[in-house]
Design a protein around this ligand. Sequence first.
Ligand code: PMP
Length: 440
Amino acid sequence: YLDYFETSCRRSKELTTEAKQYIPGGVQHNLAFNYPFPIAIEKAEGAYLWDVDGNRYIDFLQAGGPTVLGSNYAPVREKIFELLKTCGPVTGLFHEYELELAKLVNRLMPSIEMFRMLGSGTESVMAAIRAARVFTGKKFVIKVGGAYHGWSDPMLYGLHVPGTGRFEAKGIPRGASASTQEFFPNSIAALRRHLIFNRLRGGTAAVILEPLGPESGTRPVPFDFNRQVRKLCDEFGALLIFDEVVTGFRVGMGGAQGYFGVEPDLTVFGKCITGGYPMAGGVGGRADVVSTFAAGIGGTGERAYIGGTLSANPLSCAAGYFALQEMERTNAPVIAGRAGDRLTAGLQAIIEKYHLPFVAFNQGSIVHLETSAVMLLDLHNPFKLLKELKPRKHMMEQMGAAYMAEGLITLAGSRMYTSMADTDAVIDDALERFEVVLAS
Ligand code: PMP
């Protein structure tokens, strides 16, 4: 499959070779494949991407999740064109779409009484944690081991490998993550131990988690897990923060919180809040907690400081407002979910046909193809996990490149997001391509 890149991707190679001189590593996205070299994209529409050499790919990266309507969805794009003609992308002052978006989010997710728009998932997590600390007056934040909540100093603690704490934490002073703790995925007992331990040491301000399980449900939760965490948080006076950066309006218009029927105190959004348009993030939740962002301005008491010059700009807010409306009108999360079911069933059939030691599973439009049983089963042995990670990374790199040579773009070779544009014909075409790679 390496021949494919040499013969069919010449312009991509030229561009990305030159980019190495001006851009560190030649790439700007962690999710982009760099092996054997990155592909430069020229066009996006619906289920497909086209590179600068004119090759077409079925796109299961979907920008990391936000484009449930499909790429470059025309009705939303047209609304944004109109807005840009009238007032441009940014003024730094209030615009009606801020209100419209906040009202819409409140209707779709009633736990979100008030909503503050921000620029990314990373800073929205930072803001939520700050509000939780100001509101509770407590110190610790507990996350699920290995979970990704953006790249702020305290949240990189324990990234990807539960139980190792400082892994991937180079350049972060010890103090910056000293108030972050992690617990083994799905271990309610471990979470309780932390909450008890913290009680006399400054208390727990918040527990943050992705309601489907870390890495968009790569390690799924039992159905009752979120309810049990909710109960524990109430018992210890900690706030519950749901990171719905990916699950937001993908699992359903009510998010993962609607699916599980559990209300968090705060919800964090990222890319999903604008349907993929830039400057996408936000924090919402209980009015008394979210109001700490305005304390001292409109209200009284201590303020949780947040800022952001380009946050809540008219372009992002209008994009969110129109994208969410369209998703609701078209039933996009359900249609994308059916495509995810079809893709998963097809992948599982291929796995069984060739007796591969893999497993495919999905939560609606989030599809996982796990190629290492150890990653799923041995969460309690981080050192074995560490040993497993290196060969796995190499293997995923090879598989990602092989998929690409067959016209498929995935997230790290192991996750696929489907969209409303993925018709049965698109999925069946994709499965034939997957089979070529998996068979070999
Ligand atoms: N939380 C989760 C669950 C995410 O998947 C991501 C991004 N992939 C983030 C937070 C960070 O969001 P952003 O990239 O917008 O900073």
